[in-house]
Design a protein around this ligand. Structure first.
Ligand code: KG4
Length: 332
């Protein structure tokens, strides 16, 4: 069979990224131009500033991705941009660029759901991984347990009813004075602390999540006692949210009988969460639970995962018209 090359474009938040991926699994290039230093001084992503910076970066990043992959536009089979969910202005930059490219070089446009991209990061890390499996998707905008039935077929078993887990990490970081982006900083500080502070957990009858209660509890504890040990607070927060994740994942395993679990999204870079999921595998007496987690550099936003998901959409025959629009709240 002939090799298929997809050109992925990601601009849903604060990373401008373009990648070339071969057959959905092999990265030829994955250029990531992050805006973190620009947004750091505001304590979070400023949407308008993000859009403007995507505009400045997109042509340069695309050129670099083609050069590094040593490939020409003629060899590309499909242009696969993220078209949602995300910040609308930011999404529109990558999508409009992709549409112009598709028209100019006469190659098909194949839109990608950003969440589908995060799941696909696992296909790049593990060449042998194939659906079906369960995916614990944890990012700055989403927290969902997904039953991945096939490469392009998904069922959401549970989702957050309020904050995404990444939002809660970022808020905790801000409250204790660690700055943006908070997740990696909480991760680091928690390693110096002990999880000795009791924090609340919210339970539902189904597999939904809620992180606003624990977030507010951390804020209140810190306001009442600004001298509280921040490392212990971060460690306790991490331990409690991980318990919540594991409880729902165990329910999903029981309900579906599926024992292959993949992690996805920026928060899957968290060292405590990664260790806890590996323990789930080690403690399984029947040795049937298998945990997959993307390479650290593929956990947070990047275009390689989008190009991988784009490949599977492309080979399933998905094609989009040039009037494809950005959908900020796109569902799986
Ligand atoms: O997947 P992502 O790059 O963007 C979205 O698609 O939302 O996720 C970003 C989120 C941020 O909330 C960031 O703080 C969090 O992932 N994050 C982490 C870690 N690295 C990134 N959270 C906890 N521990 C980490 N090591």
């Amino acid at each position: 069979m002939r090799d298929i090359y997809t050109l992925g474009i990601e601009s849903s938040c604060d990373e401008t990224s373009v990648a070339i991926v071969k057959n959905g699994r092999e990265i030829l290039s994955n250029i990531i131009d992050t805006q973190i230093p620009i947004h750091e001084k505001y304590g979070g992503v400023v949407p308008e500033i993000a859009s403007r910076n995507h505009i400045e970066a997109i042509s340069r990043v695309t050129k670099k991705a083609l050069e590094e992959a040593n490939i020409s536009f003629e060899q590309i089979d499909a242009i696969t941009p993220t078209y949602g969910p995300g910040l609308v202005g930011a999404l529109l930059v990558g999508l409009s660029y992709a549409k112009a490219l598709s028209f100019a070089i006469n190659k098909p446009l194949v839109g990608v759901n950003h969440i589908q991209g995060h799941i696909a990061a696992n296909y790049i890390t593990y060449k042998e991984l194939e659906p079906p499996f369960l995916c614990m998707m944890m990012s700055g905008g989403n927290t969902q347990i997904i039953q991945v039935k096939d490469y392009t077929e998904f069922e959401v078993l549970g989702k957050t009813r309020d904050d995404a887990i990444g939002e809660a990490f970022d808020k905790v970081a801000r409250v204790v004075g660690l700055g943006y982006p908070g997740g990696p900083k909480v991760d680091k500080l928690a390693q110096e602390g002990e999880p000795i502070i009791n924090l609340p957990k919210t339970h539902f009858e189904n597999m939904d999540f809620s992180f606003s209660g624990i977030k507010t509890a951390v804020i209140n504890l810190h306001h009442k006692n600004p001298e509280i040990n921040k490392a212990n607070l971060c460690a306790s927060f991490e331990k409690t949210v991980t318990e919540i994740l594991l409880e729902n994942v165990n329910r999903a395993i029981k309900q579906t009988g599926i024992k292959t679990i993949a992690l996805a999204g920026g928060v899957s870079a968290n060292s405590y969460i990664r260790k806890a999921f590996l323990t789930l595998q080690q403690d399984d007496k029947e040795k049937k639970i298998k945990i997959y987690m993307p390479d650290l550099k593929l956990c947070t936003d990047n275009a390689a995962m989008i190009a991988s998901a784009g490949y599977y959409n492309y080979i399933q025959g998905k094609r989009d018209e040039l009037h494809l629009n950005a959908i900020p709240n796109l569902k799986l």
